[in-house]
Design a protein around this ligand. Structure first.
Ligand code: HEM
Length: 164
């Protein structure tokens, strides 16, 4: 018995078109794979700082505890006398969270404006940073993440301190 010849007869032009299509698909697939690889490296390769510090909840706790201590310590409490602490805590937590690349919206003033009339001294600033360091330690955050956060906050010193 003779089977019919099912092979598709391609003209040279159709062959060229098919080859062009195949090469195009291969290039698109390679590019898509490379882009997917780059994206996944970005999201899973480096954990955002706020997550390294324990997430938004941990940052809020660290910030709240720091403010509780500086607003009651005799060496730093003077500027907090007439301040609504609940609102200040929310604002500072959002600021620190944002500095740590967290998903928080900080809607307050710049560091220069919000501290402009407080006459904060270098000693007051340094003590607050020391307390912050202790509270980050207490939260068991990794040393690298702690140092990175403190490094990012360090430049605010020249905006906040008025009397060194
Ligand atoms: C790394 C250091 C500091 C950071 C990141 C920081 C951050 C902030 C933020 C985000 C606010 C709220 C601004 C707003 O909502 O518009 C604020 C306000 C305030 N900060 Fe600081 N601060 C720092 C150091 C200090 C120090 C050393 C003191 C005093 C010892 C201090 C005392 C205050 C007071 C009293 C306010 C309230 C001002 C007001 O409402 O009139 N801060 N700070």
């Amino acid at each position: 018995m003779k089977f019919p010849d099912l092979r598709i007869q391609l003209t040279p032009e159709r062959k060229r078109n098919l080859i062009t299509l195949a090469v195009g698909l291969a290039i698109s697939w390679t590019l898509a794979s490379l882009m997917a690889c780059a994206t996944s490296t970005k999201t899973s390769g480096t954990t955002p700082l706020y997550q390294q510090l324990g997430g938004v909840t941990a940052i809020t706790q660290i910030s709240d505890r720091t403010l509780d201590r500086v607003s009651s310590d005799p060496r730093t409490h003077r500027t907090f006398a007439n301040i609504k602490m609940k609102a200040l805590k929310e604002s500072v937590a959002a600021y620190v969270c944002k500095v740590a690349d967290g998903p928080c919206a900080y809607e307050g003033e710049t560091m220069r404006n919000s501290h402009a009339d407080l006459g904060i001294t270098g000693a007051e600033f340094d003590l607050m940073v020391e307390i912050l360091r202790e509270e980050i330690n207490r939260a068991n955050a990794p040393t690298g993440a702690k140092n990175e956060l403190l490094k990012r906050l360090a430049p605010t010193r020249r905006e906040i301190v008025k009397n060194s």
